[in-house]
Design a protein around this ligand. Structure first.
Ligand SMILES: Nc1ncnc2c1ncn2[C@@H]1O[C@H](COP(=O)(O)OP(=O)(O)OP(=O)(O)O)[C@@H](O)[C@H]1O
Ligand SMILES: [Mg+2]
Length: 226
């Protein structure tokens, strides 16, 4: 199974949108895909609707049953904060080794592609010492770096790419998901980033179901990287 970690320059830029789109595009091409969000914050077990976990399950044609949620997102926290802060609110903490082992175990599944959605940006603290970037590095899988097209994204994107590189994480692709009301043209953002990192894919703002159906094919971002 080929595994990819979907991370980002920050929160709310489009990781779930990209992961869901990839699930649908891969499935349509006959590729079996599993997508998970092992750690999620701002999650209430009695109201899973609309959460990243529920959206990812839906993109795989699965219902958000308690069992499916527990399998996709074993580490769920109520507070909409960074994971270490949210865990602390509940007197809990994330066992980094167990998290890494859980993700490694998923690679033994029967699917062709595994997508692991992180949370927030690459350097969000998960534990007292480890960040999301450390998690990706421990897994040894390539990253899909999702970013926006808002003013300021160039530095955020390249900083995130540098943080991954510093830990030896291979960058499979950067995907620029067009930000709402961005004053910066998407194409120009992509062209600028391409001078520093490659490959870069553009995902325009998708406003309705028709646009989602006609979204650009992102499966080319899932090529092996050394
Ligand atoms: N290309 C796009 N077209 C339309 N809406 C988008 C696009 N990219 C992101 N969005 C919207 O922006 C919001 C944030 O996107 P998304 O939930 O995918 O971000 P995220 O990086 O997964 O955030 P989190 O850090 O909370 O996991 C959502 O409402 C999503 O639908
Ligand atoms: Mg998300």
């Amino acid at each position: 199974m080929r595994a990819f970690f979907v991370t980002a320059s920050g929160t709310e830029v489009g990781k779930t949108v990209v992961a869901c789109l990839l699930c649908r595009q891969l499935s349509a091409a006959g590729t079996r895909v599993r997508a998970v969000k092992p750690v999620i914050t701002g999650f209430a077990d009695d109201a899973p609707g609309g959460t990243d976990t529920a959206l990812l399950l839906d993109a795989q044609g699965l219902d958000a049953t308690p069992g499916a949620i527990a399998e996709a997102s074993p580490w769920r926290f109520r507070a909409a904060l960074s994971p270490d802060m949210a865990a602390r609110r509940e007197g809990r903490s994330i066992d980094f080794r167990r998290l890494v082992d859980f993700c490694r175990g998923l690679r033994d599944g029967a699917e062709d592609v595994l997508l692991i959605e992180g949370l927030g940006g690459v350097l969000v603290p998960l534990t007292e010492k480890e960040t999301v970037a450390d998690w990706i590095a421990a897994l040894g899988v390539p990253a899909l770096l999702v970013t926006g097209s808002y003013l300021g994204t160039l530095s955020h994107t390249l900083t995130a790419a540098e943080a991954l590189k510093a830990r030896g994480v291979p960058l499979a692709a950067v995907i620029v998901s067009e930000s709402a009301d961005s004053p910066v043209p998407l194409a120009e953002t992509v062209e600028t980033l391409e001078r520093f990192v490659t490959p870069v894919f553009a995902l325009p703002r998708l406003n309705d179901t028709e646009e989602w159906r006609a979204a650009p094919d992102l499966t080319g971002a899932l090529t092996p990287v050394s």
